[in-house]
Each structure stands twice: as structure tokens, then as C-alpha cells.
Ligand binder design. Structure first.
Ligand code: NAP
Length: 304
């Protein structure tokens, strides 16, 4: 079932390569073209068969494409959009996979010519790995993809992109950009910052305790380290562009942290118990919604 004749992927990292393998799995496009900034990534893509054709320029990659998806870090979207804009086919849909939506809309929208449909998107799935060899077809299965259509977007273009993401394996929902950025600040951006901080703190501590932090990491720390291994460029851009929502959530986080700190200092066990009971219910909700496994130790198995 081909949803588009020619899909162009700009940026060939984790998300683009996963999209490509999912497109191939479902036979969702006549042809997929690809472009990456460095010759090294383009060579790797050619070697592993990532994209039907890999071009050395953005212009050739988007030529004749009826869907173009920007898969570069959020801070690079504007420059890429400016470069590709003169080469877009009339009636094409331009989308992206950026983790922040308001900043991408502001950076990309002004470059797009009349007659091109702009339907920003954000697949809510990822790993701590990056680059052209990190993708896999199942990444988006049963995960959410949020579409953030610009005001006055052609409903037919939005519906077609929705069908494409559903065929890739995702559940799709439409959302307004500022709301998207707030939701992601809570579910993804603030948690990443907290993980980065926790691992940074432990790194300081490691100088004192040497290998103990690593040795006993399965006690909880290990899960922070996975998140804190995420791509530094991508995450720098997320915090540079989703400033307000992230700061709001971090402000609330700090208040709650102080309240818990106080409960520990004053010996208020009821406060701690009530709090942890509430958070445990949230975890149960995520499992019931099919968004994680209930296997002990996240299904890692005893030996790993
Ligand atoms: P990635 O694996 O690091 O790949 C990024 C790609 O963008 C690479 O092909 C890289 O090219 C290219 N690139 C980097 N800087 C660029 C620049 N200044 N100009 C042009 N191209 C540039 O990244 P990813 O994880 O696929 O993330 C891509 C997008 O998806 C980001 O906007 C991110 O916010 C979003 N996203 C990520 C996740 C996740 O968990 N990773 C989840 C959802 C959405 P070279 O390899 O040639 O340097």
C-alpha cells in the first residue's frame, strides 16, 4: 500500500533510518530518497542500503518528492528548509520529526512556498542511540505520533500524513503546538534533564567511590544513565528551543523536590508514602496503556 510516490528523508539518523525500514516493511512509498550532511553518513547509508537513493544535495533529494520529512536536530531545521524550499514540488507535503514544535514551525514555515503543505509531526519514540545504523522498523509500533498541522492546513494533506504514520505502526493524534511543547516538557524534556543531572552528580561521586557507582548501578542509577546517553546535539537544541515549557516544569519539579526533602528531614513518612503511592499508580497506568513492559527489570533478564 503506497501512501506516497516519493518520500525524501533529510537527515539520516535514528528517526529517519527507522522510518525508512518501517516504510520498506509496509511498502509505503514508491521510492525513498535520502540526504545527510556529512559524506561519512551518506557513505554509511549507501553501504547498508538505507534509502533507495542517497544524494549529495538537499535539492536533488527533494526534487519530485510528494512527502519531505526533516529529520535533523531542531536547531538545524530552519537552515535546511531554506536550502530545500526552491526545489520543492508544487503540492508536496513537508513534515518533520522534531521534538519541539513551536520553534520548528517558526523556523521552517516562513521558507515554504505557496502550494506546499506544511504538517509538522513528532513521533514519540526513540532510543539513546543515534546515527544511520541505529534505526529499526519496529521503533514506532504502538507508539504515538503527534501531528501539529499549521493553521489552515489542507485537511487532505493532514489525513494522508496521518494514514502514513498509522501504516508505519503508530497511533496518531493532532495537537496544538504550545500544548505539544508543554506535554513533551513533562513527559520527555524535564525527565531527560533530571537524568543528565543525576548522572553528572554520580560522576562527581565516582571519583570518591571509584567503581561502586557502576558496580551497583542496577539499583536504579542504570536507568538514568540510559537516558543520559542520548545525543548531546539533539538535546541541547531541545532545551534551547523549548525553554519556557521546560523551565515551568522544572520550577514545579524543584518545589516538589523541596517538599520531599522537607518530609525526609522532618520524618514525615506519611507524606513520602502517599507520594510514592500516587507515582506507582502512574506507572501502572503506563503499563495498562501498553506503553511499557511490566517485566521485572524492564525485561532485561537476570544476566544483563
Ligand atoms: P541523529 O541520529 O543524531 O541524526 C541526526 C541527523 O541530522 C544526521 O543525519 C545528521 O547528519 C543530521 N544533522 C545534524 N546536524 C545537522 C545540521 N546542523 N545540518 C544538517 N543536518 C544535520 O538524530 P535523531 O535521533 O534521528 O533525531 C532527529 C530528529 O528527531 C531531531 O529533531 C530530534 O529532536 C527528533 N526526535 C528524536 C528522538 C530520539 O529519541 N532520538 C525521538 C523523537 C524525535 P550527519 O550524520 O551527516 O552529521
Amino acid at each position: 500500500m503506497s501512501t506516497y510516490d516519493r518520500v525524501a528523508l533529510i537527515g539520516l539518523g535514528l528517526i529517519a533510518s527507522s522510518m525508512f525500514w518501517a516504510i520498506k516493511r509496509g511498502n509505503l512509498a514508491g521510492e525513498v530518497t535520502g540526504y545527510a550532511r556529512t559524506a561519512e553518513t551518506r557513505d554509511t547509508a549507501r553501504r547498508i542500503g538505507l534509502c533507495d537513493r542517497v544524494y549529495d544535495s538537499v535539492a536533488e533529494t527533494v526534487e519530485g518528492a510528494d512527502l519531505v520529512v526533516l529529520c535533523v536536530p531542531v536547531g538545524a531545521m530552519g537552515a535546511v528548509a531554506a536550502e530545500m524550499a526552491p526545489h520543492l514540488a508544487p503540492g508536496a507535503t513537508v513534515s518533520d520529526v522534531g521534538s519541539v514544535k513551536r520553534a520548528v514551525i517558526d523556523a521552517v514555515g516562513p521558507h515554504l512556498p505557496e502550494g506546499v503543505h506544511f504538517v509538522p509531526g513528532h513521533p514519540m519514540a526513540g532510543t539513546e542511540h543515534s546515527g544511520p545504523e541505529s534505526g529499526f522498523a519496529e521503533l514506532f509500533d504502538n507508539r504515538w505520533c503527534l501531528l501539529v498541522p499549521a493553521e489552515g492546513s489542507d485537511p487532505a494533506a493532514v489525513a494522508r500524513l496521518r494514514g502514513f504514520w498509522e501504516a508505519i505502526g503508530s497511533n496518531v493524534e493532532e495537537m496544538e503546538p504550545d500544548h505539544h511543547d508543554l506535554v513533551c516538557a513533562v513527559t520527555s524534556h524535564a525527565p531527560h534533564l533530571i537524568a543528565y543531572t543525576m548522572v553528572g552528580v554520580a560522576d562527581d561521586l565516582r571519583r570518591v567511590t571509584d567503581t561502586e557507582v557502576v558496580k551497583y548501578s542496577a539499583a536504579g542509577f542504570r536507568d538514568f544513565t540510559r537516558i543520559a546517553a542520548s545525543d548531546p546535539t539533539m538535546w541541547r537544541d531541545v532545551f534551547m528551543t523549548n525553554k519556557d515549557a521546560t523551565l515551568e516544569i522544572l520550577g514545579r519539579f524543584t518545589e516538589e523536590l523541596f517538599a520531599l526533602q522537607r518530609a525526609i528531614r522532618t520524618g514525615d513518612g506519611d507524606h513520602l508514602h502517599d507520594y510514592f503511592t500516587r507515582t506507582r499508580a502512574i506507572r501502572r497506568g503506563i503499563i495498562e496503556a501498553g506503553q511499557d513492559t511490566d517485566a521485572p527489570d524492564f525485561g532485561r533478564g537476570a544476566k544483563r
